[in-house]
Design a protein around this ligand. Structure first.
Ligand code: 13P
Length: 225
């Protein structure tokens, strides 16, 4: 394998601690045992904040090659920001954070400026920022080398973009922001269609919502690569 292959589960606002642990104990032992810090397959799970610490513990105890990420982080540092999850507090729990998901831009009025601040906080704390864009015209902030192209029409609809179009967007993002930027595709990805996306030259994996919630389907996704 000559490129990284990211398979990232974004659970969104789902799963109790119990449900999260059941998922980890089913999926964890079935992931190929390779070092997630080496090039190659990188499987990441992004639970809700409420389950992060238990998921992190379960992954460590099982010694699973599973990376734990968050779905967001605060644009601020530590301090008087009630309800916020600051990067210095998250860094012991996560090594990646999804930033600027379209659901946050739409429901929580997150702007490109806020996304840029969050990327900065992540980088300062050695958390890999994964910025979500809706097309090659969405701004990718400085310091971000991992981008997910997630067209809004494809999210949760069962109507994915075509692999060819995703490839064109991925190419566009790389020409704008550098060949070292890795681009993922997200939007109605399942075990049936993931291969058609990751076979594209410029697509380095997938960010998966609904299909990642079901542990059996998620394992099928990994085994279908
Ligand atoms: P679905 O896989 O449910 O379409 O969601 C995609 C997504 O938003 C992942 O971040």
């Amino acid at each position: 394998m000559n490129k990284n292959l990211w398979v990232i589960a974004n659970w969104k606002s789902n799963k109790t601690i119990r449900e999260a642990l059941d998922w980890v104990s089913y999926v964890g032992p079935k992931i190929p045992k390779i070092d997630p810090s080496a090039d190659g397959l990188k499987v990441v799970v992004c639970p809700a904040f409420s389950a992060l610490s238990e998921v992190k513990k379960a992954v460590a105890v099982g010694n699973y090659p599973l990376v734990v990420g968050s779905q967001d982080l605060s644009p601020y540092n530590v301090g008087a920001y009630t309800g916020e999850e600051a990067a210095p507090l998250l860094k012991d729990l996560v090594s990646l954070s999804i930033i600027g998901h379209s659901e946050r831009r739409e429901n929580f009025t997150e702007t490109d400026e806020i996304v840029a601040q969050k990327v900065k906080r992540a980088v300062e704390n050695n958390i890999t920022p994964l910025v979500c864009v809706q097309g090659s015209d969405t701004l990718v902030s400085d310091g971000c080398k991992l981008v997910a192209y997630e067209p809004v029409f494809a999210i949760g609809t069962g109507n994915p973009d075509t692999p060819d179009n995703a490839e064109v967007v991925a190419r566009g993002i790389k020409s704008l922001y550098g060949e070292d930027v890795e681009v993922l595709y997200g939007g109605s990805v399942t075990s049936e269609n993931i291969k058609s996306f990751i076979d594209m030259e410029n697509i380095s994996g997938s960010l998966i919502g609904r299909a990642s919630l079901n542990a059996e389907e998620f394992v099928k996704i990994i085994t279908s690569l």
